[in-house]
Design a protein around this ligand. Structure first.
Ligand code: ADP
Ligand code: MG
Length: 744
């Protein structure tokens, strides 16, 4: 007896080669096969009569072959024609001519006197009504015909070695041999009525379009509900875990904020208080901080870390790339050492620890305690001895005048001291997760640019005991339905406001043929003292050819911009050298950086106000927006020039989005409009099962409903202990092969 989990190998009527083709689609069991949902349906219900004019859509007709003929054209090519007559002709009936070009096998199948069913677009060819290359079948037995024609017919995602007909036939047969009782009910009645088995039948072979739509809604809701149950259980799982409060009094934070050369935006303030509430609570924080590039997420991260440090804990700050980690390290040192915070850098390539600066400056000269703005071009203090030690670990401490340190610390902020020993903040790449970095007392982990990390990496952090608070930040704004799905297990804070002092960014798309004009514009900007990024779309950072190409382009740019100084930056340059290149650029020693997308995230040099992106058509919208976020960071008016030599309709639709808006959310919406959500963020990254039928964009409303119901179930019964919730527990565990500490 076939059941939902029967392996298709047991069905003897399926030939082996087909099993292999099915396996390529990931189909092994009857359930896999029956949840291989149609991509679309075709209206192959039989047309009431033969058409008298052409139509733009395909129709299904049935008739008798009254004549066949073969005509030659262009030497050896052949056209085979079969003329059909309506089964019940009337005085006005016109015959239909079906034509096949160079398909010899068709000629062997079709003969006069047969009944034929055809599906295609009728076209006027001279005075005749013709169908070219219709799908067809010779009617021998009416039941068989009814699988493929004379109905609303499913069309499946294609695969090599498996035709639509074969696949459709198999699904039809399995559906008929299959007992309806095998399916688990997935949906609570509050979401939708009806049986899953009926919905499965109707999605493949619907009796009407309404039935198809109802079935689809049922199945999409089931899929979304299962997904939201998984996400929500993760969310409740982590908040059910014991956590600790990691929040100091805020005195250290106040001092930090007072020293900033700018006021926080209202949005930054709001977000900091949301984080503060989480830090103070005794469950682990799992919060996503969303904010467009340049909205000032780093300051918020620092604020959170200071609260944790003040409470006596360590904080970790993780960035996706070496360059970014180094940059954060510099920023943190510049801003926090004055407060007596001890910061360490841990990346695969460089490990460094520097003790806190003495705090006497704050006492002797209140003005000098004012913090420098990050990335303002002022070099980091050269008093540090910067050496690269081969052994990796490296310490260099600036000697404190005897007693100066302690006395000043006490004078400045007695309520915040004593801070524990050892680094208070550890900055690094995600190597921090894997290498044996010993956190002595990790209270807060901040992950910058979360979209570059995977869910698994995040899980590694949250799984620690005792659970630290986790703040993940992303500059990839995504529409709400996606947030709810991909980050559904997190609380979300959004910085929806840009700092006021920003010079705006003008974006212009230019054809490569205009390079001459572009160059003279660049020169006038360089003469005004601005700095320039030139970005190349290198597909693969490890590709030698690409690196060579970049090097060649670099020579060219040196020529073009002479006497301004250029440097080349790409992923294959060793880390310490990369760092020096960035330092020289930050200091203004270099005027232009010819770079690959290693610059993509986070780099912050306010005087770099000009960006030229080569072959802009080869980047995605989100990536271009990220890249563009490197400029417009100072008070200068900034310019982003998108050079493109390939102005197809799609490219210009894409690139003009950037001319039109600098708002990341609008760019994301447009991206989602142009490409569809599947591509905008891969589900692989999200660690969630791939969607089989639901469409995150089209079915956004259904996702919202599924989420609301899933949330209410967990709110009433967080551990799914109630008898009526037992099958939901099974659903989570079975469907996703996952169990949770609190749902055992
Ligand atoms: P992102 O959100 O892209 O990570 P950053 O945190 O790097 O942005 O901030 C970009 C720049 O804006 C930095 O130079 C930072 O010092 C500055 N900045 C942050 N907040 C403000 C503010 N409220 N007013 C002015 N400048 C700010
Ligand atoms: Mg950033």
């Amino acid at each position: 007896m076939t059941s939902i989990s029967t392996n298709l190998e047991e069905l003897t009527w399926i030939p082996r080669p087909r099993l292999l083709a099915l396996r390529r689609l990931g189909i092994e069991t009857t359930e896999d096969l029956l949840t291989h949902f149609p991509r679309r349906h075709e209206d192959r219900t039989e047309f009431p009569q033969f058409p008298r004019e052409e139509t733009d859509y395909s129709i299904c007709l049935c008739g008798e072959v009254i004549k066949t003929s073969v005509r030659r054209f262009g030497g050896w090519k052949k056209i085979f024609e079969a003329t059909l007559e309506e089964s019940r002709p009337n005085a006005l009936s016109e015959p239909l001519v079906c034509r096949w070009f160079n398909l010899h096998y068709v000629q062997k199948i079709i003969a006069t006197g047969q009944r034929l069913v055809v599906f295609g677009k009728p076209r006027m060819r001279g005075k005749r009504i013709c169908m070219d290359h219709p799908e067809f079948e010779v009617i021998e037995n009416d039941e068989e015909i009814s699988i493929h024609f004379r109905r609303i017919t499913p069309v499946y995602p294609a695969t090599e070695g498996l035709s639509q007909r074969v696949l459709r036939g198999m699904i039809y047969r399995v559906l008929h041999e299959f007992p309806d009782s095998g399916w688990h009910a997935i949906l609570p009645n509050t979401l939708a009525g009806g049986e899953r088995s009926d919905a499965i039948r109707a999605i493949h072979f619907p009796g009407s379009w309404e039935a198809r739509d109802a079935a689809r809604e049922h199945l999409v809701l089931s899929e979304f509900f299962a997904m939201q149950m998984l996400i929500t259980s993760r969310r409740f799982d982590s908040s059910a875990r014991a956590g600790q409060a990691h929040c100091g009094s805020g005195a250290l934070l106040d001092r930090f904020l007072k020293g900033l050369p700018f006021e926080l935006t209202a949005a930054q303030g709001k977000v900091i208080s949301e984080i503060r509430r989480d830090l103070a609570a005794n469950y682990p924080m799992n919060r996503l901080l969303q904010g467009d590039v340049g909205s000032g997420k780093t300051v918020v991260a620092i604020a959170a870390m200071l609260l944790a440090v003040e409470a006596g804990y360590q904080a970790a700050f993780m960035a996706p790339t070496q360059i970014l980690a180094e940059q954060h390290y510099e920023v943190l040192r510049r801003w926090l050492e004055l407060l007596g915070i001890h910061i360490a850098l841990r990346t695969a390539a460089r490990q460094e620890e520097i003790g806190p600066l003495p705090l006497f400056a704050a006492n002797e000269n209140p003005g000098s305690a004012r913090l420098q703005r990050a990335g303002d071009g002022i070099p980091p203090s050269r008093t540090f001895i910067e050496t690269e030690s081969t052994s990796g670990a490296h310490y260099s401490r600036r000697r404190l005048p005897q007693n100066a340190g302690t006395s000043t610390l006490q004078a400045c902020a007695p309520e915040t001291l004593p801070l524990p020993d050892g680094p208070h903040i550890i900055v690094g790449t995600h190597a921090l997760l894997y290498e044996n970095v010993s956190f002595s007392n990790l209270g807060l982990a901040v992950i910058d640019e979360q979209h570059k990390f995977g869910v698994a990496q995040r899980a590694r952090l949250t799984a620690r005991e005792p659970a630290p608070d986790v703040l993940v930040m992303t500059a990839t704004p995504i529409p709400r339905t996606l947030t709810m799905t991909i980050y559904g297990d997190l609380d979300v804070s959004t910085i929806d406001e840009m700092p006021r002092n920003r010079g705006n960014i003008v974006t212009a798309v230019r054809d490569t043929s205009k390079l001459g004009e572009v160059l003279s514009f660049l020169r006038t900007q360089l003469e005004k003292g601005r700095q320039l990024y030139v970005i190349y779309p290198l597909i693969d950072e490890s590709d030698k050819l690409d690196v060579k190409a970049a090097a060649a382009e670099y020579e060219l740019w040196c020529e073009r911009l002479r006497p301004f100084r250029c440097e080349l930056l790409h992923g294959r340059i060793p880390a310490p050298e990369k760092q020096q290149i960035m330092d020289r650029f930050r200091r203004g020693d270099t005027n232009a950086l010819i770079s690959t997308t290693v610059l993509e995230v986070g780099v912050d040099v306010p005087n770099a106000a000009i960006m030229l992106i080569e072959n802009a058509e080869r980047f995605g919208l989100a990536q271009l927006h990220q890249l563009r976020g490197r400029i417009g960071r100072g008070e200068h008016k900034s310019y982003c020039i998108l050079l493109s030599s390939n102005q197809t309709k799609e490219t210009s639709a894409k690139l003009t989005v950037l001319e039109r808006t600098t708002n990341g959310f609008e760019v994301a919406e447009a991206d989602w409009e142009l490409r569809g959500p599947g591509d905008v963020l891969g589900t692989a990254q999200s660690g969630l099962p791939a969607l089989k039928i639901g469409d995150l964009k089209r079915d956004a409303e259904l996702m919202r409903r599924a989420r609301a119901v899933a949330m209410s179930i967990f709110e009433m019964d967080p551990r799914l202990e109630q008898p009526e919730n037992q099958h939901f527990r099974c659903l989570i565990v079975e469907q996703h092969g996952q169990s949770f500490s609190h749902i055992s």
